[in-house]
Design a protein around this ligand. Sequence first.
Ligand SMILES: NC(=O)c1ccc[n+]([C@@H]2O[C@H](COP(=O)([O-])OP(=O)(O)OC[C@H]3O[C@@H](n4cnc5c(N)ncnc54)[C@H](O)[C@@H]3O)[C@@H](O)[C@H]2O)c1
Length: 415
Amino acid sequence: MKIGIVGLGYVGLPLAVAFAEAGHEVVGLDSDQRKVEGINAGRSHIEDISDATLAPLGELLRATANQADLASCEAVIICVPTPLTGSREPDLTYLLDSATVLSQVLQPGQLVVLESTTYPGTTRERLLPILEESGLSAGRDFHIAFSPERIDPGRTDYTVKTTPKLIGGITPACTERARELYSLICDEVVVLSSPETAELSKLLENIFRSVNIALVNELAQLCDRLGIDVWEVVDAAATKPFGFMRFDPGPGMGGHCLPVDPFYLAFKAREHDFYPEFIELAGKVNQTQPAFCVERIERVLNDAGKPVNGSKILILGVSYKAGVGDIRESPSLKIAKKLIDLGGDVSYHDPHVPVLQELGLSSVELDEALRGADVAAIVTAHPSVDYEDVVATAPLVVDFRGVTRSIDAKNLVRL
Ligand SMILES: NC(=O)c1ccc[n+]([C@@H]2O[C@H](COP(=O)([O-])OP(=O)(O)OC[C@H]3O[C@@H](n4cnc5c(N)ncnc54)[C@H](O)[C@@H]3O)[C@@H](O)[C@H]2O)c1
C-alpha cells in the first residue's frame, strides 16, 4: 500500500516507520521544513527512532512539505498536535489546517484516519465537513475513521505493533477499511461501533492516569505533613495482587497528553451542561504539585540555614519524563522558573535537553555542577544518571521521583 502520514512527530514518525518496515510505501507530510529535510537525509528528531532505524527504509519512507504528494496515497493518517489555547480550551488549529490542506488533494476511494487525541465528535463534526469541501461525500466517495494513538515515548515493552489498536469508522465500510489498514502493522485491531467511542476511549485512558496520579500526589502532600514515607505506603499497597493499580507520586504531570487531554473532554461536557468534577479536580491537584516541590526545596535549604535567594540549585532532568527530551508542559520548567523568580541561582543537567531556550539555560556538566551546588533536586530521573553518585557528591539532594529509595544518607530528602 501507499500510505500518507500528516505530522511526523512523536506519533507520526514511529507510525510511518512501522508501515515502511512492513514493506509499504510511506509519504510523510510535515509543515516543518527542517524535519522534512532531516528525515530525507536519514536523521531522526525522535528519540524512539534512531538514524540506524531510518537507514534501511530508503525510498520506502519519504518526507515532503507538498500536500500534492498525498493524492496518490490509498490511506492518509492525520497525527498533528491537539494542544490547548491560552484559556485551556481545545486548540484544533493544526487539525483544521491539515484537514483543509487534505481536502484540496482528496481522491475518490481514499481512507482518512484521524489519530490525534481529541474530544468525541471531532471526526464527524469537524474533520468530515472540511474534507467534504472537496466535493466528495464521506462514506460514499471516501472513507473516514478515528483511531487513537496509544504510543508511550521511551517505552520498549509495548510498541505500535504489540499495542492493540482501537478503530471506529463513520460507516461499517469505513471501519472495515481502517481495520484492513492497521492489520498491516498491528497484532490486534479492536473494532468499535463509532469514531465517538474511539475518541472517548482514548480520553478515558488518559483521564484515568491523570486522576490516579492526582490521588497519589495528594497523598504525598499529606504524607509530608504526617511524617510518613509515601513510597513505603505505595510499595506496601502494591503488594496486593488484585484491586490495586500502582501509580507513583512525582513533581506533577507533563507531556502533550495528560495535562491537556482531560480538558478536551471537560470542554465537550460543558457544551452539554455537564461539569465533570473528577477531571477538573485532578487537573487542579496535579497543577499544585510543582509549587509543593518548590516549597520542599525551600524547606530543605532553610534547614541548612540557606535562603533560596542566591543558593545554587541544580535541577536534574527537565524533560517531562525519563528517557525522552520532550519538555512540553514539563513540571521541571515550572519548578525552575519559580526558583529563579525567588532569586535562586538555577542550573540544570539533562542528557536529553542540551538547551532550554525558555529559561536561557544550557545543560551543565554533572559532576562539577553537583560539587558546586547547594542542593540538587531530582525532578526527572533519566536512567543514564547514577543517583548513588549524585547523593555521594552533592551536599544536599531532594528526590521527587523515589529513585534513591535504596539509599540511606543524611543529605538526602525524598518527596
Ligand atoms: N506524544 C505522545 O506521547 C502522544 C501519545 C498519544 C497520542 N498523542 C497525540 O498525537 C497527536 C500528535 O502528537 P505528537 O506528540 O506526535 O506531536 P508532535 O508535535 O511531536 O508532532 C506533530 C507534527 O505535526 C506537524 N504539523 C503540525 N501542523 C501540521 C500541518 N498542518 N500539516 C503537516 N504537519 C503539521 C508538526 O510540525 C510536528 O512535526 C496529538 O493529538 C497528541 O495528543 C501523542
